[in-house]
Design a protein around this ligand. Structure first.
Ligand SMILES: Nc1ncnc2c1ncn2[C@@H]1O[C@H](COP(=O)(O)OP(=O)(O)O)[C@@H](O)[C@H]1O
Ligand SMILES: [Mg+2]
Length: 450
Protein backbone atom coordinates (compact mmCIF):
# COMPACT_ATOMS: atom_id res chain seq x y z
CA UNK A 1 0.00 0.00 0.00
CA UNK A 2 1.19 3.52 -0.65
CA UNK A 3 1.68 5.97 2.16
CA UNK A 4 -1.38 7.36 3.74
CA UNK A 5 -3.28 9.44 1.21
CA UNK A 6 -3.93 13.00 2.11
CA UNK A 7 -7.51 14.24 1.75
CA UNK A 8 -8.09 15.43 -1.81
CA UNK A 9 -5.19 13.42 -3.27
CA UNK A 10 -6.51 10.88 -5.73
CA UNK A 11 -5.30 7.22 -5.65
CA UNK A 12 -5.51 7.02 -9.40
CA UNK A 13 -2.91 9.74 -9.77
CA UNK A 14 -0.46 7.88 -7.47
CA UNK A 15 -0.86 4.58 -9.24
CA UNK A 16 0.19 6.22 -12.55
CA UNK A 17 0.26 4.85 -16.09
CA UNK A 18 3.00 2.03 -15.97
CA UNK A 19 0.32 -0.28 -14.52
CA UNK A 20 -1.88 0.30 -17.49
CA UNK A 21 0.49 -0.66 -20.32
CA UNK A 22 0.13 -4.49 -20.37
CA UNK A 23 -3.69 -4.39 -20.23
CA UNK A 24 -6.10 -4.26 -23.11
CA UNK A 25 -8.82 -1.68 -23.39
CA UNK A 26 -11.63 -3.54 -21.42
CA UNK A 27 -9.34 -4.61 -18.67
CA UNK A 28 -8.04 -1.17 -18.42
CA UNK A 29 -11.53 0.27 -18.12
CA UNK A 30 -12.44 -2.25 -15.36
CA UNK A 31 -9.23 -1.52 -13.52
CA UNK A 32 -9.87 2.16 -13.64
CA UNK A 33 -13.41 1.59 -12.37
CA UNK A 34 -12.06 -0.44 -9.39
CA UNK A 35 -9.56 2.22 -8.56
CA UNK A 36 -12.22 4.90 -8.82
CA UNK A 37 -14.47 2.97 -6.40
CA UNK A 38 -11.59 2.53 -4.00
CA UNK A 39 -10.93 6.19 -4.29
CA UNK A 40 -14.52 6.94 -3.32
CA UNK A 41 -14.43 4.54 -0.38
CA UNK A 42 -11.25 6.20 0.86
CA UNK A 43 -12.80 9.60 0.59
CA UNK A 44 -15.87 8.43 2.56
CA UNK A 45 -13.66 6.83 5.14
CA UNK A 46 -11.78 10.03 5.56
CA UNK A 47 -14.97 11.99 5.94
CA UNK A 48 -16.22 9.56 8.59
CA UNK A 49 -12.99 9.77 10.45
CA UNK A 50 -13.14 13.58 10.56
CA UNK A 51 -16.79 13.45 11.64
CA UNK A 52 -15.96 10.99 14.36
CA UNK A 53 -13.10 13.08 15.61
CA UNK A 54 -15.33 16.15 15.77
CA UNK A 55 -18.05 14.26 17.64
CA UNK A 56 -15.51 12.84 20.02
CA UNK A 57 -14.17 16.31 20.78
CA UNK A 58 -17.70 17.58 21.41
CA UNK A 59 -18.38 14.61 23.68
CA UNK A 60 -15.21 15.18 25.63
CA UNK A 61 -16.04 18.85 26.02
CA UNK A 62 -19.55 18.01 27.25
CA UNK A 63 -18.18 15.49 29.70
CA UNK A 64 -15.55 17.95 30.95
CA UNK A 65 -18.27 20.54 31.39
CA UNK A 66 -20.51 18.18 33.39
CA UNK A 67 -17.57 17.04 35.52
CA UNK A 68 -16.50 20.59 36.25
CA UNK A 69 -20.06 21.44 37.28
CA UNK A 70 -20.34 18.38 39.50
CA UNK A 71 -16.93 19.02 41.01
CA UNK A 72 -17.61 22.63 41.77
CA UNK A 73 -20.90 21.85 43.53
CA UNK A 74 -20.30 22.32 47.22
CA UNK A 75 -23.23 20.07 48.16
CA UNK A 76 -22.49 16.37 48.31
CA UNK A 77 -23.81 14.29 45.43
CA UNK A 78 -24.19 10.52 45.53
CA UNK A 79 -25.61 8.54 42.62
CA UNK A 80 -27.02 5.08 43.39
CA UNK A 81 -28.52 2.34 41.28
CA UNK A 82 -31.96 0.94 42.00
CA UNK A 83 -30.54 -1.39 44.65
CA UNK A 84 -28.88 1.42 46.53
CA UNK A 85 -25.37 0.58 45.32
CA UNK A 86 -23.22 3.71 44.96
CA UNK A 87 -22.29 4.41 41.33
CA UNK A 88 -20.67 7.79 41.60
CA UNK A 89 -19.82 10.45 44.19
CA UNK A 90 -18.64 14.01 43.71
CA UNK A 91 -15.51 15.54 45.32
CA UNK A 92 -17.59 17.16 48.08
CA UNK A 93 -18.80 13.68 49.09
CA UNK A 94 -15.26 12.33 48.92
CA UNK A 95 -14.09 15.14 51.22
CA UNK A 96 -16.93 14.49 53.63
CA UNK A 97 -16.37 10.74 53.79
CA UNK A 98 -12.57 11.22 53.83
CA UNK A 99 -12.44 8.10 51.63
CA UNK A 100 -11.30 7.90 47.97
CA UNK A 101 -14.09 7.68 45.42
CA UNK A 102 -13.13 4.18 44.22
CA UNK A 103 -13.37 2.89 47.81
CA UNK A 104 -16.93 4.14 47.99
CA UNK A 105 -18.24 3.18 44.57
CA UNK A 106 -19.99 -0.22 44.39
CA UNK A 107 -20.71 -0.19 48.13
CA UNK A 108 -24.30 -0.12 49.42
CA UNK A 109 -25.35 3.39 50.45
CA UNK A 110 -26.52 1.96 53.80
CA UNK A 111 -22.84 1.28 54.69
CA UNK A 112 -22.03 4.99 54.38
CA UNK A 113 -24.66 6.33 56.79
CA UNK A 114 -25.09 6.13 60.53
CA UNK A 115 -26.73 2.81 61.52
CA UNK A 116 -29.46 4.79 63.28
CA UNK A 117 -30.43 6.34 59.94
CA UNK A 118 -30.26 3.06 57.98
CA UNK A 119 -34.02 2.43 57.95
CA UNK A 120 -34.79 5.94 56.73
CA UNK A 121 -32.23 5.70 53.95
CA UNK A 122 -33.79 2.39 52.87
CA UNK A 123 -37.14 4.12 52.77
CA UNK A 124 -35.70 6.91 50.65
CA UNK A 125 -34.19 4.42 48.20
CA UNK A 126 -37.50 2.60 47.90
CA UNK A 127 -39.63 5.73 47.61
CA UNK A 128 -42.06 5.80 44.68
CA UNK A 129 -40.60 7.20 41.53
CA UNK A 130 -42.05 10.68 41.55
CA UNK A 131 -41.48 11.53 45.18
CA UNK A 132 -38.78 13.78 46.55
CA UNK A 133 -37.84 12.94 50.10
CA UNK A 134 -35.88 15.06 52.57
CA UNK A 135 -33.99 13.53 55.50
CA UNK A 136 -31.55 14.62 58.16
CA UNK A 137 -28.82 12.03 58.59
CA UNK A 138 -25.18 11.54 59.60
CA UNK A 139 -22.52 9.84 57.47
CA UNK A 140 -19.88 7.37 58.55
CA UNK A 141 -16.59 9.00 57.61
CA UNK A 142 -12.99 7.86 58.05
CA UNK A 143 -12.94 10.10 61.14
CA UNK A 144 -16.19 8.91 62.70
CA UNK A 145 -19.74 10.20 62.37
CA UNK A 146 -20.25 13.43 60.44
CA UNK A 147 -22.34 16.47 61.37
CA UNK A 148 -26.01 16.32 60.54
CA UNK A 149 -26.72 16.60 56.79
CA UNK A 150 -29.96 17.57 55.11
CA UNK A 151 -30.39 15.02 52.33
CA UNK A 152 -32.72 15.18 49.37
CA UNK A 153 -33.36 12.13 47.27
CA UNK A 154 -34.57 12.35 43.70
CA UNK A 155 -35.44 9.45 41.47
CA UNK A 156 -33.11 8.84 38.52
CA UNK A 157 -34.83 7.60 35.36
CA UNK A 158 -33.59 6.30 32.03
CA UNK A 159 -34.64 7.76 28.71
CA UNK A 160 -37.76 5.63 28.67
CA UNK A 161 -38.74 7.09 32.03
CA UNK A 162 -38.09 3.92 34.02
CA UNK A 163 -36.61 4.20 37.44
CA UNK A 164 -32.93 3.23 37.46
CA UNK A 165 -31.81 4.59 40.80
CA UNK A 166 -31.64 7.55 43.13
CA UNK A 167 -29.59 10.73 43.24
CA UNK A 168 -28.88 12.11 46.68
CA UNK A 169 -27.80 15.67 47.35
CA UNK A 170 -27.02 16.99 50.78
CA UNK A 171 -25.54 19.82 52.79
CA UNK A 172 -24.46 20.15 56.40
CA UNK A 173 -27.05 21.68 58.64
CA UNK A 174 -25.06 21.64 61.85
CA UNK A 175 -24.21 25.33 61.54
CA UNK A 176 -27.65 26.23 60.32
CA UNK A 177 -29.25 24.18 63.07
CA UNK A 178 -27.04 25.77 65.73
CA UNK A 179 -27.84 29.24 64.42
CA UNK A 180 -31.52 28.35 64.33
CA UNK A 181 -31.41 27.01 67.87
CA UNK A 182 -29.65 30.14 69.10
CA UNK A 183 -32.30 32.22 67.36
CA UNK A 184 -35.06 30.07 68.81
CA UNK A 185 -33.65 30.45 72.34
CA UNK A 186 -33.29 34.20 71.89
CA UNK A 187 -36.84 34.40 70.60
CA UNK A 188 -38.10 32.39 73.58
CA UNK A 189 -36.25 34.68 75.97
CA UNK A 190 -37.67 37.72 74.25
CA UNK A 191 -41.17 36.31 74.54
CA UNK A 192 -40.59 35.56 78.22
CA UNK A 193 -39.28 39.09 78.78
CA UNK A 194 -42.27 40.48 76.94
CA UNK A 195 -44.69 38.43 79.03
CA UNK A 196 -42.88 39.63 82.14
CA UNK A 197 -43.19 43.24 81.03
CA UNK A 198 -46.87 42.80 80.26
CA UNK A 199 -47.28 41.32 83.75
CA UNK A 200 -45.35 44.29 85.13
CA UNK A 201 -47.63 46.69 83.30
CA UNK A 202 -50.64 44.79 84.61
CA UNK A 203 -49.21 45.02 88.13
CA UNK A 204 -48.55 48.71 87.55
CA UNK A 205 -52.14 49.31 86.46
CA UNK A 206 -53.28 47.26 89.42
CA UNK A 207 -51.06 49.48 91.55
CA UNK A 208 -52.68 52.58 90.04
CA UNK A 209 -56.09 51.07 90.65
CA UNK A 210 -55.27 50.26 94.27
CA UNK A 211 -53.85 53.75 94.81
CA UNK A 212 -57.02 55.27 93.34
CA UNK A 213 -59.24 53.02 95.45
CA UNK A 214 -57.20 53.82 98.56
CA UNK A 215 -57.76 57.55 97.99
CA UNK A 216 -61.39 56.94 97.22
CA UNK A 217 -61.84 55.06 100.50
CA UNK A 218 -59.73 57.45 102.52
CA UNK A 219 -62.20 60.30 102.36
CA UNK A 220 -65.34 58.56 103.67
CA UNK A 221 -63.32 56.57 106.18
CA UNK A 222 -61.74 59.71 107.59
CA UNK A 223 -65.04 61.42 108.08
CA UNK A 224 -66.54 58.25 109.58
CA UNK A 225 -63.60 58.37 112.04
CA UNK A 226 -64.21 62.05 112.75
CA UNK A 227 -67.93 61.48 113.28
CA UNK A 228 -67.30 58.58 115.62
CA UNK A 229 -64.92 60.75 117.66
CA UNK A 230 -67.64 63.36 117.90
CA UNK A 231 -70.21 60.72 118.87
CA UNK A 232 -67.89 59.46 121.59
CA UNK A 233 -67.53 63.01 123.00
CA UNK A 234 -71.33 63.43 122.80
CA UNK A 235 -71.76 60.10 124.57
CA UNK A 236 -69.50 61.30 127.45
CA UNK A 237 -71.43 64.58 127.77
CA UNK A 238 -74.76 62.75 127.59
CA UNK A 239 -73.62 60.25 130.22
CA UNK A 240 -72.56 63.09 132.59
CA UNK A 241 -75.92 64.82 132.04
CA UNK A 242 -77.97 61.64 132.62
CA UNK A 243 -75.90 60.70 135.70
CA UNK A 244 -76.76 64.10 137.20
CA UNK A 245 -80.48 63.59 136.49
CA UNK A 246 -80.51 60.05 137.80
CA UNK A 247 -78.57 61.20 140.88
CA UNK A 248 -81.53 63.46 141.78
CA UNK A 249 -79.86 66.85 141.03
CA UNK A 250 -82.24 69.82 141.50
CA UNK A 251 -83.76 71.41 138.41
CA UNK A 252 -81.50 74.52 138.53
CA UNK A 253 -78.42 72.31 138.60
CA UNK A 254 -79.77 70.24 135.70
CA UNK A 255 -80.49 73.38 133.68
CA UNK A 256 -77.00 74.68 134.30
CA UNK A 257 -75.50 71.34 133.26
CA UNK A 258 -77.73 71.28 130.15
CA UNK A 259 -76.39 74.66 129.07
CA UNK A 260 -72.76 73.88 129.90
CA UNK A 261 -72.77 70.52 128.15
CA UNK A 262 -74.66 72.02 125.13
CA UNK A 263 -77.10 69.16 125.38
CA UNK A 264 -79.65 70.80 122.96
CA UNK A 265 -77.03 71.40 120.24
CA UNK A 266 -75.76 67.91 120.77
CA UNK A 267 -79.23 66.42 120.31
CA UNK A 268 -79.76 68.50 117.16
CA UNK A 269 -76.40 67.34 115.76
CA UNK A 270 -76.98 63.66 116.41
CA UNK A 271 -79.10 63.09 113.33
CA UNK A 272 -76.66 64.70 110.88
CA UNK A 273 -73.71 62.93 112.50
CA UNK A 274 -75.40 59.59 112.11
CA UNK A 275 -76.54 60.45 108.58
CA UNK A 276 -73.02 61.52 107.61
CA UNK A 277 -71.52 58.37 109.05
CA UNK A 278 -74.06 56.27 107.23
CA UNK A 279 -73.31 58.10 103.97
CA UNK A 280 -69.60 57.48 104.49
CA UNK A 281 -70.27 53.80 105.09
CA UNK A 282 -72.38 53.71 101.92
CA UNK A 283 -69.61 55.29 99.87
CA UNK A 284 -67.18 52.71 101.18
CA UNK A 285 -69.67 50.02 100.32
CA UNK A 286 -70.08 51.46 96.77
CA UNK A 287 -66.35 51.41 96.17
CA UNK A 288 -66.16 47.84 97.39
CA UNK A 289 -69.11 46.88 95.19
CA UNK A 290 -67.43 48.44 92.14
CA UNK A 291 -64.23 46.61 92.94
CA UNK A 292 -66.04 43.31 93.30
CA UNK A 293 -67.82 43.82 89.98
CA UNK A 294 -64.47 44.45 88.33
CA UNK A 295 -62.83 41.41 89.76
CA UNK A 296 -65.68 38.96 89.24
CA UNK A 297 -65.96 38.55 85.45
CA UNK A 298 -63.33 36.26 84.05
CA UNK A 299 -61.36 37.45 81.03
CA UNK A 300 -63.31 36.83 77.87
CA UNK A 301 -66.67 36.94 79.61
CA UNK A 302 -68.83 39.75 78.29
CA UNK A 303 -71.92 41.46 79.57
CA UNK A 304 -73.78 44.73 79.02
CA UNK A 305 -71.83 47.49 80.78
CA UNK A 306 -73.20 50.71 82.19
CA UNK A 307 -70.79 53.14 80.51
CA UNK A 308 -71.53 56.06 82.82
CA UNK A 309 -70.78 54.14 86.01
CA UNK A 310 -67.56 52.54 84.81
CA UNK A 311 -66.23 55.66 83.09
CA UNK A 312 -66.81 57.78 86.18
CA UNK A 313 -65.32 55.23 88.59
CA UNK A 314 -62.29 54.61 86.36
CA UNK A 315 -61.65 58.32 85.81
CA UNK A 316 -62.03 59.16 89.47
CA UNK A 317 -59.78 56.35 90.59
CA UNK A 318 -57.12 57.15 88.00
CA UNK A 319 -57.22 60.85 88.94
CA UNK A 320 -57.04 60.12 92.66
CA UNK A 321 -53.98 57.92 92.18
CA UNK A 322 -51.86 60.89 91.01
CA UNK A 323 -50.91 64.04 92.85
CA UNK A 324 -52.40 67.37 91.79
CA UNK A 325 -55.88 68.26 90.72
CA UNK A 326 -57.34 67.69 87.27
CA UNK A 327 -60.79 68.86 86.29
CA UNK A 328 -62.92 65.97 85.03
CA UNK A 329 -65.90 66.73 82.83
CA UNK A 330 -68.37 64.06 81.74
CA UNK A 331 -70.78 64.18 78.85
CA UNK A 332 -72.18 60.70 78.66
CA UNK A 333 -75.33 59.82 76.76
CA UNK A 334 -77.88 58.58 79.29
CA UNK A 335 -78.24 54.84 79.50
CA UNK A 336 -75.33 54.22 77.15
CA UNK A 337 -74.28 50.58 77.40
CA UNK A 338 -71.62 48.58 75.64
CA UNK A 339 -71.07 44.85 75.39
CA UNK A 340 -67.78 43.77 76.88
CA UNK A 341 -65.81 42.68 79.86
CA UNK A 342 -66.29 45.20 82.65
CA UNK A 343 -62.83 44.73 84.17
CA UNK A 344 -61.13 45.18 80.82
CA UNK A 345 -63.25 48.17 79.83
CA UNK A 346 -62.35 49.73 83.18
CA UNK A 347 -58.66 49.01 82.51
CA UNK A 348 -58.76 50.85 79.15
CA UNK A 349 -60.44 53.86 80.74
CA UNK A 350 -57.89 53.96 83.59
CA UNK A 351 -55.04 53.76 81.04
CA UNK A 352 -56.45 56.59 78.91
CA UNK A 353 -57.16 58.89 81.84
CA UNK A 354 -53.80 58.03 83.39
CA UNK A 355 -52.00 59.02 80.15
CA UNK A 356 -54.03 62.23 79.89
CA UNK A 357 -53.09 63.16 83.47
CA UNK A 358 -49.41 62.53 82.67
CA UNK A 359 -49.68 64.74 79.57
CA UNK A 360 -51.26 67.50 81.67
CA UNK A 361 -48.51 67.61 84.27
CA UNK A 362 -47.54 71.19 85.03
CA UNK A 363 -50.54 72.59 83.11
CA UNK A 364 -52.19 75.64 84.71
CA UNK A 365 -55.77 74.49 84.09
CA UNK A 366 -55.68 70.75 83.36
CA UNK A 367 -58.95 69.39 82.09
CA UNK A 368 -60.11 66.02 80.81
CA UNK A 369 -63.41 65.68 78.98
CA UNK A 370 -64.93 62.26 78.68
CA UNK A 371 -67.88 61.80 76.39
CA UNK A 372 -69.87 58.82 75.16
CA UNK A 373 -72.16 58.87 72.14
CA UNK A 374 -74.16 56.13 70.55
CA UNK A 375 -73.72 55.89 66.75
CA UNK A 376 -75.94 53.21 65.20
CA UNK A 377 -75.00 49.99 66.94
CA UNK A 378 -71.77 51.30 68.44
CA UNK A 379 -70.82 53.56 71.29
CA UNK A 380 -67.84 55.90 70.89
CA UNK A 381 -66.19 56.90 74.14
CA UNK A 382 -63.74 59.78 73.80
CA UNK A 383 -61.15 60.86 76.35
CA UNK A 384 -59.88 64.33 75.43
CA UNK A 385 -57.36 66.47 77.25
CA UNK A 386 -56.07 70.02 76.84
CA UNK A 387 -52.42 68.98 77.07
CA UNK A 388 -49.66 69.27 74.44
CA UNK A 389 -51.19 66.64 72.14
CA UNK A 390 -49.26 64.04 70.15
CA UNK A 391 -46.25 65.22 68.12
CA UNK A 392 -46.39 64.67 64.35
CA UNK A 393 -45.42 61.16 63.35
CA UNK A 394 -45.98 59.81 66.84
CA UNK A 395 -49.60 58.81 66.38
CA UNK A 396 -48.54 55.71 64.43
CA UNK A 397 -46.08 54.65 67.11
CA UNK A 398 -47.94 55.08 70.39
CA UNK A 399 -49.82 51.79 70.04
CA UNK A 400 -46.60 49.82 69.55
CA UNK A 401 -45.43 47.83 72.55
CA UNK A 402 -42.73 49.55 74.63
CA UNK A 403 -43.16 52.91 72.93
CA UNK A 404 -42.94 55.49 75.69
CA UNK A 405 -41.73 59.07 76.01
CA UNK A 406 -41.68 58.82 79.80
CA UNK A 407 -38.55 58.33 81.89
CA UNK A 408 -37.52 54.82 82.93
CA UNK A 409 -39.57 53.73 85.91
CA UNK A 410 -42.51 55.95 84.94
CA UNK A 411 -43.62 54.52 81.61
CA UNK A 412 -43.56 51.00 80.23
CA UNK A 413 -45.05 51.88 76.86
CA UNK A 414 -47.52 49.01 77.23
CA UNK A 415 -50.68 50.80 78.41
CA UNK A 416 -51.94 51.75 74.95
CA UNK A 417 -50.73 48.52 73.36
CA UNK A 418 -52.70 46.47 75.92
CA UNK A 419 -55.72 48.77 75.56
CA UNK A 420 -55.59 48.49 71.76
CA UNK A 421 -55.43 44.68 72.07
CA UNK A 422 -58.43 44.60 74.41
CA UNK A 423 -60.43 46.87 72.08
CA UNK A 424 -59.64 44.60 69.13
CA UNK A 425 -60.53 41.44 71.07
CA UNK A 426 -63.89 43.06 71.76
CA UNK A 427 -64.40 43.69 68.05
CA UNK A 428 -63.94 47.41 68.68
CA UNK A 429 -61.31 50.04 67.88
CA UNK A 430 -59.08 52.48 69.70
CA UNK A 431 -57.79 55.51 67.79
CA UNK A 432 -55.76 58.58 68.65
CA UNK A 433 -55.89 62.07 67.19
CA UNK A 434 -55.07 65.65 68.04
CA UNK A 435 -57.90 68.06 68.78
CA UNK A 436 -58.28 71.26 66.80
CA UNK A 437 -57.99 73.39 69.89
CA UNK A 438 -54.90 71.51 71.16
CA UNK A 439 -54.57 68.37 73.23
CA UNK A 440 -55.05 64.72 72.37
CA UNK A 441 -58.22 62.69 72.03
CA UNK A 442 -58.45 58.92 72.27
CA UNK A 443 -61.63 57.32 70.97
CA UNK A 444 -62.69 53.85 72.00
CA UNK A 445 -65.49 52.32 69.96
CA UNK A 446 -67.35 49.26 71.22
CA UNK A 447 -70.51 47.39 70.29
CA UNK A 448 -73.53 49.00 71.87
CA UNK A 449 -75.47 47.01 74.45
CA UNK A 450 -79.23 46.40 74.41
N1 LIG B 1 -53.07 62.00 76.14
C1 LIG B 1 -51.83 61.98 75.65
N2 LIG B 1 -51.18 63.11 75.28
C2 LIG B 1 -49.94 63.06 74.78
N3 LIG B 1 -49.22 61.94 74.61
C3 LIG B 1 -49.79 60.77 74.96
C4 LIG B 1 -51.11 60.71 75.49
N4 LIG B 1 -51.42 59.42 75.73
C5 LIG B 1 -50.33 58.70 75.37
N5 LIG B 1 -49.35 59.50 74.91
C6 LIG B 1 -48.04 59.06 74.41
O1 LIG B 1 -48.08 57.68 74.13
C7 LIG B 1 -47.03 57.01 74.79
C8 LIG B 1 -47.43 55.57 75.08
O2 LIG B 1 -48.42 55.49 76.07
P1 LIG B 1 -48.61 54.14 76.86
O3 LIG B 1 -48.68 53.01 75.90
O4 LIG B 1 -49.75 54.30 77.81
O5 LIG B 1 -47.25 53.98 77.64
P2 LIG B 1 -46.68 54.82 78.87
O6 LIG B 1 -47.82 55.57 79.47
O7 LIG B 1 -46.13 53.78 79.78
O8 LIG B 1 -45.63 55.70 78.29
C9 LIG B 1 -46.74 57.85 76.01
O9 LIG B 1 -45.43 57.66 76.49
C10 LIG B 1 -46.96 59.25 75.46
O10 LIG B 1 -45.81 59.69 74.79
MG1 LIG C 1 -49.71 54.77 79.91
Amino acid sequence: MPDRIAPGERLIERVGSPLLSPLDGDQEAAWIEVIRKMDEVYADLLRYETDLEEKNTALEEAQAFISSVIESVSDILIVCDRNGIVLQVNPAAVRLLATPADAVVERPLGDLVDAADGARIEELLRAPSSSEIALEIRFVTAHGLSDLYAINGATRCDQAGHRVGTVLTGRPIGELRRAYEALHTAHGELQRAQRQLVEQEKMASLGRLVAGVAHELNNPISFIYGNIHMLERYRERMAAYLTAIHGGADPAEVDELRRRLKIDALLADYASLIEGTLEGAMRVSDVVKNLRRLSFPRTGETQPIDVDRIVRTAARWAARAKPGHVELAFDIAPEATVIGNEGQFHQIMVNLVDNAIDALRGHAAPRIEISARRQDDEVAIAVADNGPGLPDGMIDKIFEPFFTTKPVGEGTGLGLWISYGIAREHGGTLAAANRNGGGAVFTLTLKAGP
